[in-house]
Ligand binder design. Structure first.
Ligand code: PLP
Length: 221
């Protein structure tokens, strides 16, 4: 099952779009099944759980942290995390940079943009993200590298609304890339699309889809 899902999703992704297999709350055995089908990029949203899996699973796995990250936990994942998707405050980016410097690396990060209607979702509004980039302090945060934008759409059956939200994120990405990153080709990632909306995301600029339940089934919380 897991192997078939990995193969069928991978086959339908356009060239240049990466699959992040979201393995949170699923056991190591499930990850190994996906691994055996060739999957190497996994997404987790809890620090302790990612630590445990990172220590026990093959070292060529790329671990992406996709959830809300508390500042005081950055230090645990800084040595090995491949991408932090949801940078939602300037303070978090500053801490990632500090921990990156401590480890002698530049930790790749995405700014989380709040585009959904739900109040509860984390992230910068487009105006806040613009102000943060314009202000420029991030340029001194050399232990972190901004590589693009991440967002989550509203949980709704209204596909046009989801499409509009992804479009807001895409427009912001293009503006930010052209205005602030024209000399940094590594600012190139658009992380949007989950199990229920990745087909829409692919039509609206996604370069990275984060898919969990479609691959691994329902999560046991
Ligand atoms: C859990 C999670 C996903 C995966 O959701 P599915 O609906 O299971 O595909 C994607 N992104 C984030 C940020 C998540 O927390």
């Amino acid at each position: 099952m897991i192997k078939e899902e990995i193969r069928s999703i991978t086959a339908e992704l356009p060239d240049g779009v990466k699959l992040v297999a979201v393995s949170k709350f699923h056991p190591e055995e499930a990850i190994m099944e996906a691994y055996e089908a060739g999957q190497r990029v996994f997404g987790e949203s809890h620090v302790q759980e990612m630590q445990r899996k990172h220590e026990s699973l093959p070292s060529d796995i790329e671990w992406h942290f996709i959830g809300h990250l508390q500042t005081n936990k950055v230090k645990y994942i800084a040595p090995y995390v491949s991408l932090i998707h949801a940078v939602d405050t300037p303070k978090l980016l500053a801490e990632i940079s500090k921990q990156g410097q401590r480890c002698g690396r530049q930790i790749p990060c995405l700014l989380q943009l709040h585009v959904a209607q739900e109040e509860t979702k984390f992230g910068f509004t487009p105006d806040e993200a613009e102000a943060f980039l314009a202000q420029g302090e991030w340029r001194q945060m050399t232990g972190a590298q901004l590589c693009g934008i991440m967002c989550m759409a509203s949980l709704t059956d209204d596909e046009e609304q989801v499409a509009r939200e992804f479009e807001v994120a895409r427009e912001f990405f293009i503006h930010a890339r052209d205005t602030y990153f024209s000399d940094s080709p590594s600012f190139c990632e658009c992380s949007w699309g989950m199990s229920d909306d990745y087909h829409i995301a692919l039509q609206h600029g996604s370069t990275m889809v984060r898919i969990g339940s479609r691959i691994f089934g329902q999560r046991q919380y």
